[in-house]
Ligand binder design. Sequence first.
Ligand code: ZN
Ligand code: ZN
Ligand code: ZN
Length: 145
Amino acid sequence: MLIFELMKNQNDIAVYLNQHGIKKTAFRVELLDLFFSNSSLTQEEIKEQIKETKNKVTIYRALEAFEKKGIIHKVPDINNVMRYALCQVGCCSEEAHTHNHIHFICKSCKSTYCIEEVKIPNINLPEGYQKEGVRLTVEGVCPRC
Ligand SMILES: [Zn+2]
Ligand SMILES: [Zn+2]
Ligand SMILES: [Zn+2]
């Protein structure tokens, strides 16, 4: 997450949106800003934190666009509620999300963290099984708790 320390002001966030082909609006800048200060977010958490009142559909559409353009990706939650987290800078694009890191769910604060340092090992399946994706989630207690 250290890379994101460099991107603290609104101007940088607007540039980042622009680089990913997303038109900047005050709402989208605020939304992306939220991701820079949270390890992961649910739609509910976003709705609570956003200053401008936005309905669920608007938030959902913005999240969908961010995901499609390689800015955020879906991460698992302790209760199987969909959360979203930032992709590493330069890692993903409109064509594809390329990360294969594991996710860590803290049982205490219920946060999901992207653990970029740990890659998902190669999984060999028996003949006849076609692999399309692998998700690896580790549960435990995070350094903050
Ligand atoms: Zn990604
Ligand atoms: Zn925690
Ligand atoms: Zn992740």
